[in-house]
Design a protein around this ligand. Structure first.
Ligand code: ATP
Ligand code: MG
Length: 224
């Protein structure tokens, strides 16, 4: 599936001013691409990802997944589409505090009817690689901030779609887990998953095939 971002702008209006968080951004992402976006805090990276992920609607411009125009689609069509085609790692971890780590990770798979023994085994391998094996039955609300981030990431990896959107996936993680995650990203990308990643780390960005820099809501250059 190819993604086309065409001259997309997001303007946030406050009481007496308006602010262009994304300013006529255009981007072509082909199936199997691995792109990273770097840029200063507040440059519009998360806003751009949210629009690509159908979470925010652009103020102007359009975003297509092949012929599906996500920027105009109804909320229910977007939800159905998202369940089918992509996984999202949010900048701030999203967990359900009163259920176990493993339940947090496998729960979205219900939408795909994919909770097979094989899948559970795969999830357990990921949990082990992330150093959470001894805690897999612990309530997620009891975890540290970094551990919650790990659970959020593991959920997206377990869901495993055509497109992975990752907003600062490595912040809050220790160097060992970062290495594990980068290896997983490279491996799923080799198998065909498109990865769109935002990061502040140039060394992690360099793992991607293409690196863009954002500033003041615009993609100002291609670094790689
Ligand atoms: N709902 C909103 N209402 C008003 N302004 C917003 C809203 N969401 C984001 N912004 C503003 O848009 C700008 C871009 O935000 P965004 O979260 O996209 O930045 P970012 O590049 O992801 O930054 P960071 O590296 O800190 O995550 C920020 O200045 C932010 O304050
Ligand atoms: Mg951000």
């Amino acid at each position: 599936m190819n993604i086309k971002v065409i001259s997309t702008t997001k303007t946030f209006k406050t009481l007496n001013s308006s602010f262009k968080a994304c300013d006529e951004v255009s981007l072509d992402i082909n199936q199997g691409d691995f792109i990273a976006i770097v840029g200063y805090t507040g440059s519009g990276k998360s806003t751009l990802l949210s629009m690509i992920g159908g979470i925010l609607r652009p103020t102007s411009g359009s975003i297509y997944y092949d012929s599906f125009k996500i920027s105009d689609a109804s909320q229910s069509d977007i939800t159905v589409f998202r369940r089918e085609y992509f996984s999202y790692i949010f900048q701030h971890p999203v967990i359900i505090p009163n259920i176990s780590i493993i339940d947090n990770i496998v729960m979205p798979l219900i939408f795909k009817s994919e909770i097979t023994n094989e899948k559970i085994e795969e999830v357990k391998e990921y949990i082990d690689a992330f150093g959470l094996k001894s805690k897999e039955n612990m309530k997620a609300g009891l975890l540290s901030g970094g551990e919650m981030k790990k659970v959020s990431i593991l959920r997206a990896l377990a869901y495993g779609c055509d497109v992975l959107i990752a907003d600062e996936p490595t912040n809050d993680l220790d160097p060992k887990t970062i290495k594990v995650l980068v290896d997983i990203f490279n491996s799923i990308n080799k198998k065909g998953t498109t990865i769109i990643m935002v990061t502040h780390s140039h060394s992690i960005a360099s793992q991607a095939k293409t690196v863009y820099e954002m500033s003041n809501g615009k993609i100002i250059r291609t670094l790689k």
